[in-house]
Write a new protein. Structure first.
Length: 485
């Protein structure tokens, strides 16, 4: 018979959960922090973006202290669109975790069903106005960031586990009468895959934002110990029922399993660290939202399309700045980026986003391009398993310089550049995931570039790019090539 498991439920603020340091060290952290002011779940939960980032930093710093060397922190998170502004949450989370000492090991894309999009379908804007620059994708993706606490001891991976790095998981639907009413719960399959990949039986799993108790439930069902922290005491009955610690459910579980519930002991007099979140990336965001900086007059490009996969930091900083300055106000910078490349000499996602926003561009949106698996990345866990991911996607990041004045385009110019709405819908351009899983990456590139030119370029305009031989049969344009090698 399997050994009994132990479970600790702490009631209080996970960012002040000092008493968690008295509990066993954590092997795996699996959590989904509250969405930043999401209109469907957490509207106006945080007074500003800086306070959200402070919450991320506080919990990341505390749980770094209790995570075992070699342990994994899996953070389910996503960029958030609030009142027309896309906040670069993924980029800022990577920056915060890295500054604390975590190592970013990889990124998994979680794809939800196509028929379920919780916010308004933004693609309707282009269907009503089928012209370039009106494109906004409907998001059905979230991201799982994988961080690891460094270990002084070299870990050799013996047992091998294989996954793809795009996971198709049906989310918890807001059905009437569900247990998780008014709770942004994630589905069982999400913690289950992570627990199977990055832990073994009788190890400790932690969820600092426990919610309805999904992580605790899955950990218990698969012979792991768990620690959960939840700020809302009224969720205790829901957590007990979901994880099986209620009289009617005990027959389904081992009677010897233990659930310990306690309130957090926090020191309110403890001095807070002075975290100046407004100084760096927040200033960049402010610059990107303020068009007063657009004083340059010798603009040259109506579109910049830059392949920044495997681009060196030194080249990026020396060559990219003048190109950004020569982009017309209101126009788009498209960046092809692949987070698989973790070379210290190459630019990272958070460095890329900060640098671009520093030049007065705002983060507009992103598209994930799925292709035939090509290459691998791996994580060696602290229990000597090598988790290998077949890599099958890259990202298209969209930045915009100020606001586009649609009235500058005449009716004739617009009509000459109509988007084919039937093709748009049939090939699902409107989704944030462009699915080319039957095609190799280089074939995808040509299709993606052609689409992007059709979506963001009018006739007789100039495009700057470091990609050769750009083609788009539906557009007349001048292409200027730049070498960034």
């Amino acid at each position: 018979m399997p050994a009994p498991t132990k479970h600790h439920l702490l009631i209080g603020d996970c960012t002040k959960a000092e008493s968690i340091l008295d509990l066993p060290a954590i092997d795996l952290l699996v959590t989904s922090p509250p969405y930043f002011n999401a209109p469907f779940d957490y509207d106006e939960l945080f007074p500003n973006y800086a306070s959200f980032l402070e919450m991320i930093s506080n919990f990341a710093e505390l749980y770094f202290r209790t995570l075992k060397p070699g342990g994994i922190a899996a953070i389910n998170i996503d960029d958030m669109l609030i009142a027309g502004i896309k906040y670069p949450i993924i980029s800022d989370t990577i920056k915060i975790f890295s500054s604390i000492g975590y190592q970013l090991k990889g990124k998994i894309i979680w794809k939800k069903p196509e028929g379920y999009i919780r916010i308004s379908r933004r693609s309707g804007v282009l269907l009503q106005n089928p012209y370039p620059m009106y494109y906004y994708p409907d998001n059905l993706l979230e991201v799982i960031l994988l961080f690891q606490k460094p270990s002084e001891n070299r870990i050799e991976g013996n047992k091998k586990l294989f996954f793809e790095d795009i996971w198709e998981i049906t989310n918890v639907l807001p059905l009437k009468g569900r247990l998780e009413t008014n709770i942004a719960a994630f589905p069982d399959d999400l913690p289950l895959k992570l627990i199977k990949a990055f832990s073994e039986k009788e190890t400790w799993i932690c969820d600092p934002f426990l919610g309805s108790g999904t992580t605790m439930k899955v950990a218990r069902e698969h012979g792991r110990h768990s620690i959960g922290v939840e700020i809302l005491e009224e969720l205790v009955p829901v957590i007990r029922k979901k994880s099986g610690f209620t009289p009617e459910n005990l027959k389904n579980y081992f009677d010897s399993d233990q659930l310990i519930i306690q309130d957090l002991q926090t020191d309110e007099t403890k001095d807070k660290k002075d975290k100046n979140y407004q100084s760096k990336s927040r200033t960049f965001l402010s610059q990107a939202l303020n068009i007063e900086h657009l004083t340059k007059t010798n603009y040259r490009y109506q579109l910049l399309l830059m392949d920044c996969r495997n681009i060196l930091k030194i080249v990026f900083k020396t060559e990219f700045s003048k190109l950004l300055n020569e982009l017309y106000p209101g126009r788009i910078l498209v960046v092809l980026f692949d987070s698989l490349d973790d070379s210290k000499n190459n630019v990272s996602l958070n460095q890329l986003a900060d640098y671009i926003m520093q030049h007065g561009l705002r983060f507009r949106d992103k598209i994930t391009v799925q292709y035939q698996p090509e290459g691998q990345w791996e994580v060696i866990t602290n229990f000597k398993s090598k988790v290998i991911f077949h890599h099958c996607y890259y990202e298209v990041l969209l930045f915009q310089k100020g606001k586009f004045e649609y009235k500058t385009k005449s009716k004739q110019e617009k009509q000459a550049c109509l988007i084919d709405k039937d093709q748009f819908q049939k090939e699902k351009w409107y989704l944030s995931l462009w699915d080319f899983r039957n095609h190799p990456k280089n074939h995808c590139d040509s299709i993606v570039v052609t689409r992007l030119l059709e979506l963001f370029l009018y006739n007789d305009e100039v495009i700057g790019s470091n990609i050769r031989n750009i083609l788009c049969p539906k557009r007349r344009f001048t292409s200027k090539y730049f070498s960034l090698i």
